[in-house]
Ligand binder design. Structure first.
Ligand SMILES: [Zn+2]
Length: 189
């Protein structure tokens, strides 16, 4: 019999490493969490140097976190953003984070999303995307970001997703360098 389910989990350290009660005010605080998650993922050896989180936009309530889990779970789709979006949708109990009566949600990612994650951002129902490191920073490590073009961002913006890039870029990039200096695997390069 083939498998009948796919299980997506946080690494063991993550639930305890995050302050779930805190209100994260503003882009810098929210990005600091995404970058901290990316760094912890590298230091603990649980995946690639990418972290993400979903917040309620107005209140700064943390809904879900995500770290790259591709190698840990043997699944090429489990980028940090994907894990955060999946966990957020599981938490709110819906396939969309933009349903009627819901607070607006935003996705904060330690790096510019790849083609897959940018697509998922659109389908997820988040109203805002905040990015740290630039795709050039990731491609220096030979991580492939796929077919993402300036028009891709314009496409999301035209559909009501506000996009902010380069928040705490230097801090986010440091984690990429940390990963590279540690000889971590480039799983899609
Ligand atoms: Zn991605």
């Amino acid at each position: 019999m083939p498998p009948t389910e796919v299980c997506v989990t946080y690494p063991d350290w993550l639930p305890e490493a995050v302050d779930w009660e805190r209100r994260y005010a503003g882009d810098d605080e929210r990005m600091r969490l995404a970058v901290a998650l990316s760094r912890e993922n590298v230091l603990r050896g649980t995946g690639g140097p990418f972290g993400a989180a979903v917040f309620e936009r107005a209140s700064g309530t943390l809904v879900a976190a995500g770290v790259n889990s591709v190698v840990r779970l043997g699944n090429c789709t489990l980028h940090g953003e994907m894990v955060a979006l999946m966990m957020a949708q599981r938490r709110v109990g819906s396939y969309t984070l933009g349903g009627p009566g819901m607070p607006e949600h935003e996705l904060v990612s330690s790096c510019d999303p790849c083609a897959m994650c940018l697509g998922a951002t659109l389908w997820s129902g988040v109203k805002r995307l905040v990015c740290g490191a630039h795709r050039d920073d990731a491609s220096r490590l030979s991580f492939e970001e796929g077919p993402v073009f300036p028009e891709s961002y314009e496409y999301l913006a035209a559909r009501g997703v506000e996009i902010v890039r380069g928040v705490l870029r230097a801090e986010a990039r440091e984690v990429l360098e940390l990963y590279r200096s540690g000889g971590g695997p480039i799983y899609n390069g």
